[in-house]
Design a protein around this ligand. Structure first.
Ligand code: PFF
Length: 478
């Protein structure tokens, strides 16, 4: 019997899955905290410009390559030529690294969600630690491993269900739910006195960060660009993989606009939940990654008894967001192996494949779970201690102080931009836009903005990538 590779049952289902992939910790955590650290409005303007000039373009490119070849990232590049196999490897490696740290974080979110759930029933959900729970949790290895394991197992179970019955079904329910919970949190927060300062930080024009000697334009630009790639799930073949399961009937150009638009709206909405909440309860939002756990927990603590309910809803929403993203990353490697088996004339076993990869990725993520995120004195040494590299000290250029940062630097900082750069050069210069044109015009549709896309693939995307690399190098050696 011939193996059926699967297909999204509807365009709505595809959009929910793709938006589910895009909307994740990047939106609800990364976006507000990076915006908080790099000047609010200035970050926002650069971010939006990058979505229009780069995000939408790379999105269309990935979807087109995926649908044209009907294969995931490795198979897709191999369909063009054997010499592009390493492009496939870039995607797979990025997927491995991202999912390993992503699931550790997903597990932590789940732990907070459960903590608030317990509190709703009058049980202390945070082990008597209150707002100090985060610091406690980092060294509670049993707890952290358990949550990491459960989160990974949930990811695996959904992917085992397949594209249509697993990923699409789950995302079609989870994403609308996420949206309504987010609205609830935003409205509740908006009613708190003092919330207005959070909106001001986000939306009142202020570019003073560019002249801040500690930060400056390049830092803001680089942060916004990395965030944009990560948030839109671009540069590692995730959208290529999802595109490979899309029917030729569907309008690719429209989808390539809807996904970034929805992702950007949710990032903005998340900012509008988190920043004003911190502002209303006098909690710092410019101090970085602690925002999702430490700051937000303090916010819910200060809300009084209703805080347990709002806290539960908030972490439930982040949990859904993280899960719909983690499944998309596991699907990248699962699809790779499925395509590989098919190309060898074998019948792939999706369940077995996703199980094996989940285990492998879990192992790769262990250092992230066990190094207390670089807080020192942990079971697992930080990379700089193990490799004997000089520690650069706290601040922006931290890259080797914990395993998460190292994995993140390799994937989000290097592999994803490289992947997107080369893909754009291939599309713009080698394949002369034909791949994208064919897919956009499939079924007699019109490729409306062809000139714009051609220009961006050829010039804008490569130039933006070059700037990111320059900024990255300055960070390293500067
Ligand atoms: N876009 C996700 C987020 O914003 O959290 C993360 C992500 C998912 C990155 C899928 C890469 C990917 F392939």
């Amino acid at each position: 019997m011939e193996y059926k590779r699967g297909q999204w049952a509807s365009n709505f289902g595809f959009v929910m899955a793709a938006v589910g992939s895009a909307v994740g910790l990047g939106n609800i955590w990364g976006f507000p905290y990076k915006m908080g650290m790099t000047g609010g409005f200035a970050f926002l303007v650069i971010y939006l410009a990058l979505v229009v000039l780069v995000g939408v373009v790379v999105m269309l490119g990935e979807l087109a390559i995926g649908r044209k070849t009907g294969k995931g990232v490795m198979g897709a590049y191999l369909s063009f030529s054997k010499k592009y196999a390493w492009m496939g490897f870039i995607g797979l490696l990025a997927g491995f690294l991202i999912l390993s740290f992503y699931s550790v974080l997903g597990g932590m979110v789940m732990r907070y969600m459960l903590g608030y759930l317990l509190q709703l029933f009058g049980v202390d959900g945070f082990a008597g630690q209150g707002t100090g729970f985060f610091g406690f949790m980092l060294y509670d290895y049993g707890g952290i491993l358990f949550c990491y394991l459960v989160f990974m197992a949930l990811t695996m179970l959904i992917v085992m269900g397949g594209v249509e019955k697993g990923i699409e079904k789950f995302s079609s329910v989870a994403m609308p739910a996420l949206f309504f919970i987010l609205l609830f949190v935003i409205i509740y927060v908006a009613c708190q006195p003092g919330a207005i300062d959070g909106y001001k930080f986000m939306f009142s024009p202020d570019f003073s960060v560019f002249s801040d000697p500690e930060i400056g334009f390049f830092e803001v630009f680089k942060t916004a660009a990395g965030q944009m790639f990560f948030s839109l799930s671009l540069g590692m073949g995730c959208m290529m993989t999802y595109g490979s399961y899309l029917s030729k009937q569907e309008n690719l150009q429209k989808n390539a606009l809807i996904i970034p638009l929805a992702d950007t709206i949710i990032a903005l909405l998340a900012g509008m939940a988190v920043m004003p909440a911190c502002a209303a309860f006098n909690v710092e939002y410019t101090k970085g990654p602690g925002l999702l756990f430490v700051s937000m927990q303090t916010v819910f603590e200060n809300m009084g008894s209703f805080g347990n309910f709002v806290g539960f809803m908030f972490y439930f929403l982040v949990f859904i967001a993280a899960l719909t993203s983690s499944i998309s990353i596991l699907e990248v490697v699962t699809t790779f192996q499925i395509d590989h088996a098919i190309s060898k004339g074998k019948t792939p076993d999706r369940k077995k494949i996703s199980c094996i990869y989940s285990v492998l990725i879990f192992v790769v993520g262990l250092p992230v779970a066990l190094d207390a995120l670089g807080s020192g004195g942990a079971f697992m040494k930080a990379p700089y201690e193990m490799l004997g590299i000089a520690y650069k000290g706290p601040g922006f250029a931290m890259w080797n102080d914990c395993w998460l940062d190292l994995y993140d630097l390799i994937s989000e900082g290097v592999l994803m931009p490289v992947g997107a750069f080369i893909m754009s050069v291939l599309i713009g210069w080698v394949w002369k836009i034909d791949v994208v044109k064919d897919e956009c015009e499939a079924g007699g549709k019109k490729f409306a903005a062809k000139k714009y896309y051609a220009f961006c693939f050829k010039y804008v995307v490569p130039v933006v990538m070059a700037i990111i690399f320059y900024a990255q190098l300055m960070d390293f050696f500067g």
